[in-house]
Design a protein around this ligand. Sequence first.
Ligand SMILES: [Zn+2]
Length: 325
Amino acid sequence: MRRTGLGVAVQANRLPRRPKRRMILAEQVLLGVPHAHGTRRHPVVRAVMVGAVCLLVAGTGVTGFLVGTAKDASALSEQTAAAGAANYDSSASSDEALSQRIEKINVQQTVDEQSKEIDQLQNQVDNAQKNILNALMRNLNTKLATSRGTTGYKTYIAQAKVLISLNSKVVSFNKTSAAKTVDISSYSSEISSRLSHLPTLHPIQGDYSGYGWRIHPIFHYRQFHPADDVGSSKGTPIKAAGAGTVTRAGYYGTAGNMIVIDHGNGFETVYMHLSKFKVSVGQKVNKGTIIGNVGTTGASTTPHLHFEVHYHGVPFNPTEILLQW
Ligand SMILES: [Zn+2]
């Protein structure tokens, strides 16, 4: 948006507010909101541009007015001179002073009016931005199923996938130069806060398997194994799958050294057969905090992590909700 003359003078005071307008476009790009107008501009931006054009036209009108006034003053001076009036000089100079005052008043009125108009347009831009942010937040606030069974678990998995996707878009956007002028921190922190409490992070690298019915490797009876077992070397650091509070950290017979983390929303994760603890009961952890080390304590034949995800007390397949490495 380029302006000349008056427009530049008015625009100059408002430079610090310009990034807000760009934010709308950035949000559209960031979230892949379909651009309903194709290559056409956002309605509010178009309105601002129309305002700018009006300004330009008005500015041209003012210039015409000034030129006309000067010509009139000049003609009047000539007539006065032709009439041979004795007070020619003083009359001419007072006419010029008068026309200059009129010019100033006219210019000031135009500037005031256009300034008001730009304020109104800016308000429209601000409101549009608020509406977009509200809409984004409403999407995040979509009520999740309170079902305690598979439906509830699947709903959280679906939301986790959406949050991970949005989060990666935010990360990509923050690497662009636009991020220096566009502030989306409130939106991105809301996304990462929601994502942090879902146990989506693989606690260690490796192959996750073993959830379901199987013959117990030590006791040789058919049992439902409510976890994935991940083979790893002794001492491998174990990360918390999600943010939460440690509710158990101790030795529990066949489970060996075990940690349980409560993530809220009905989610708990369980880590068994550890060689060492790095956290204690009551401690708050973030997603990714090192909580202990892989071991083979309890009923275990080789160093591995036995990992369970509980939703309202029921163990579900961890592989489905472990979406991040
Ligand atoms: Zn196991």
